[in-house]
Design a protein around this ligand. Structure first.
Ligand code: AMP
Length: 187
């Protein structure tokens, strides 16, 4: 099963993706986590990506696409995966379709977490304190939300048109939201 998890920054995507992927027995592939890992290891990719991440901007498509193409070709992704934080642009949607088709795969389900914007800002500010993420200052948070609304939220329409989109209420307890997501996946 190839599943995408979408939703604005602070919707709880990372937390839910890890739990749901674990329950499904498939890898959780988070482009944000891969970028952060490269930043902390000081790789060339990390050095390049950091500049964009710290400003709340998207890392350029060529860099992001190549990274995802390599990751989904790893053996552990052969039986399925849950992609968290990708695709985020129209170009990435097209690239993902091509990458999947090359393996004879397709997007089976897209889960969109819906949340209250004020709640999201509060969650992100709390996370900034907890995790010390350099992209969680208020100005950057606002930019990330704006970018999501402008560039990423509209992508759900194309998945809705394919009949694979399910919107899931992201408000409430973590366990409750997990239940809803698993239910949306037919579990
Ligand atoms: P996330 O942890 O998913 O919120 O991602 C953190 C940051 O990594 C984002 O604000 C972007 O700078 C970068 N990033 C993650 N995924 C993508 C993507 N699909 N396209 C471009 N940039 C991304």
């Amino acid at each position: 099963m190839r599943v995408l998890l979408m939703g604005p920054p602070g919707a709880g995507k990372g937390t839910q993706a890890a739990i749901v992927a674990d329950k499904l027995g498939i890898p959780h592939i988070s482009t944000g986590d891969i970028f952060r890992s490269n930043v902390s290891r000081g790789t060339a990719l990390g050095v390049e990506a950091r500049h964009y991440m710290d400003a709340g901007e998207y890392v350029p498509d060529e860099i992001t696409n190549a990274m995802v193409r390599d990751r989904i070709a790893e053996p552990d992704a052969a039986t399925g995966f849950l992609l968290d934080g990708y695709p985020r642009t129209t170009a990435q949607v097209g690239e993902l379709d091509e990458m999947l088709a090359a393996h004879g795969w397709q997007v089976d389900r897209v889960l969109e977490l819906t949340v209250d914007t004020d709640e999201v800002v509060a969650r992100l500010l709390a996370r900034a304190v907890d995790q010390g993420r350099s992209d969680d200052s208020e100005k950057v948070i606002r930019r990330r939300l704006e970018l999501y609304a402008d560039e990423t939220a509209p992508l759900t329409a194309s998945y809705a048109a394919r009949g694979v989109l399910v919107q899931v209420d992201g408000m409430g307890e973590v366990a409750q939201v997990t239940e809803r997501l698993l239910h949306a996946l037919g579990g």
